[in-house]
Ligand binder design. Sequence first.
Ligand SMILES: NC(=O)c1ccc[n+]([C@@H]2O[C@H](COP(=O)([O-])OP(=O)(O)OC[C@H]3O[C@@H](n4cnc5c(N)ncnc54)[C@H](OP(=O)(O)O)[C@@H]3O)[C@@H](O)[C@H]2O)c1
Length: 240
Amino acid sequence: MSRVALVTGGTRGIGAAISLALKDAGYKVAANYAGNSAAADEFSRDTGIPTFRWSVADYEACKAGIAEVEAALGPVDVLVNNAGITRDALFHKMTPDQWREVIDTNLSGLFNMTHPLWPGMRERKFGRVISISSINGQKGQAGQANYSAAKAGDLGFTKALAQEGARAGITVNAIAPGYIATEMVMAVPEKVRESIVAQIPTGRLGQPEEIARCVVFLASDDAGFITGSTITANGGQFFV
Ligand SMILES: NC(=O)c1ccc[n+]([C@@H]2O[C@H](COP(=O)([O-])OP(=O)(O)OC[C@H]3O[C@@H](n4cnc5c(N)ncnc54)[C@H](OP(=O)(O)O)[C@@H]3O)[C@@H](O)[C@H]2O)c1
């Protein structure tokens, strides 16, 4: 029987590549998204992967959304916490809303999604929780105090929960991508993008599929001895 994987923010960018790679690897996949129904419908049409709309920032909505996914596909074995947003501003200009929105989605989203799924994974003695952090959670980034704080928090969450899940057959890992060619990065002005690429030793942005392949590995039985770790995939831009 194929395992069930749920990918948050799984309809665009890195998440879309993850959803597709997991489907190709034989998983039954559900892709969640926040509000861009046009993109989600197109993704579903192109891939046959069902999409489900709710915000990972809302705990009750996550519980309801997960119930819907499980009714359609069965118990979730693999959770990929990928949904994320940026609300960049230098700290002296950052508003409380910009702080809150990023923390609610990029950090609390991990609690909101993992907490309802955790008891089932414990009971079934199998689970994979894979969260997409960021290079900027590891090294910090000016203009992203909110984002860097949330993404660093994702790594603490991963290490703590890995210790709780280990005896129950649940692994909890993170991936810290560097700059990947998605809408999020392509939206920054070309000059800024060029200066980013200049800092990457491989001389290029990463591709979403390169992150997706890390997820497929961490989800597999082959990765059963790996927990609490972070795969850094950043073209050599920053070594932890
Ligand atoms: N791109 C990079 O270079 C890079 C580097 C390091 C880390 N990351 C991380 O990788 C992840 C994916 O980034 P990306 O560049 O692929 O982003 P993206 O292209 O902007 O796509 C974001 C996805 O997340 C969904 N989403 C946003 N807020 C949500 C919410 N509250 N609830 C549910 N879904 C939500 C979006 O749904 P809608 O389509 O409905 O808006 C969309 O499917 C993020 O966590 C990001 O921080 C990205």
